[in-house]
Design a protein around this ligand. Structure first.
Ligand SMILES: *Cc1c(COP(=O)(O)O)cnc(C)c1O
Length: 231
């Protein structure tokens, strides 16, 4: 992730768009950059509600529900109505946020079952103690896996620089692609699925979104230690 000092804002930009967590390389913004007065827009699809965030810094936040909020098919949009006033009006009705604001998000029939489940997820988060508790929970989960990487004497190599590490997607490499294949196969036999890295970077990726419990990370960490010992 670029450091704040490395980012050069285009002075003519109408707004600044950031992605707070990137799932392929497994990197996450640790701090929201200061967009120097420009409206700030964020895609928070892969880390929304995983930690507290200061909504006052943003003009628009959007997130697909499918990672941290609920079933696919719902998209959450938070926006500043004053900024909306400046939006281009020459786009199709359905694609204008103002259409959805004016109609209380009911311009078309929303995916009601997905919205219902999303509400259950929000209640679950509140019951666990809200976003502060989610952040603690997610930090502990991620640390469980990063500690194994860091204490493996180089057997596991983290893909992200330590200060950019994502708490949602833990990415790492093994000494060879052959070992990576074996890791995935043996993990699958131990009932852990979906551990292959994204095809563009390879390696291993453990996605540990809000719904993943600490126990799952403990199980994977124990498997990783065991695998490294045997290899
Ligand atoms: C997952 C994700 C999306 C949506 O991608 P899908 O393939 O539709 O799930 C968009 N933006 C970010 C930052 C994401 O992590």
């Amino acid at each position: 992730m670029p450091r704040a000092s490395e980012i050069q804002w285009d002075p003519s930009a109408a707004y600044v768009h950031i992605t707070t967590n990137e799932t392929i390389q497994g990197i996450q913004l640790q701090e929201i950059p200061d967009a120097a007065g420009r409206p700030l827009v964020a895609d928070m699809s892969s880390d929304i509600l995983s930690r507290p965030f200061d909504a006052s810094k943003f003009s628009l936040i959007y997130a697909g529900a499918q990672k941290n909020l609920g079933p696919s098919g719902v998209t959450l949009v938070l926006l500043r109505e004053a900024w909306l006033e400046t939006a281009n009006k020459n786009v199709p009705t359905m694609l204008r946020y103002s259409t959805h604001v004016k109609n209380n998000s009911l311009y078309n029939t929303p995916p009601s079952f997905g919205v219902y489940v999303l509400n259950l997820v929000l209640q679950w988060i509140e019951k666990l103690g809200g976003l502060k508790a989610m952040a603690e929970r997610n930090e502990k989960k991620a640390k469980t896996l990063y500690d194994v990487i860091d204490q493996s004497s180089g057997f596991y190599r983290g893909h992200a620089l330590p200060d950019s590490r994502s708490r949602m997607n833990v990415t790492f490499r093994l000494p060879s692609e052959e070992l990576e294949k074996r890791f995935v196969t043996e993990a699958q036999a131990a009932k852990m699925i979906g551990l292959s890295g994204h095809r563009s970077v390879g390696g291993i990726r453990a996605s540990i979104y809000n719904a993943v419990p600490q126990e799952a990370c403990d199980t994977l960490a124990a498997f990783m230690k065991d695998f490294a010992k045997k290899a």
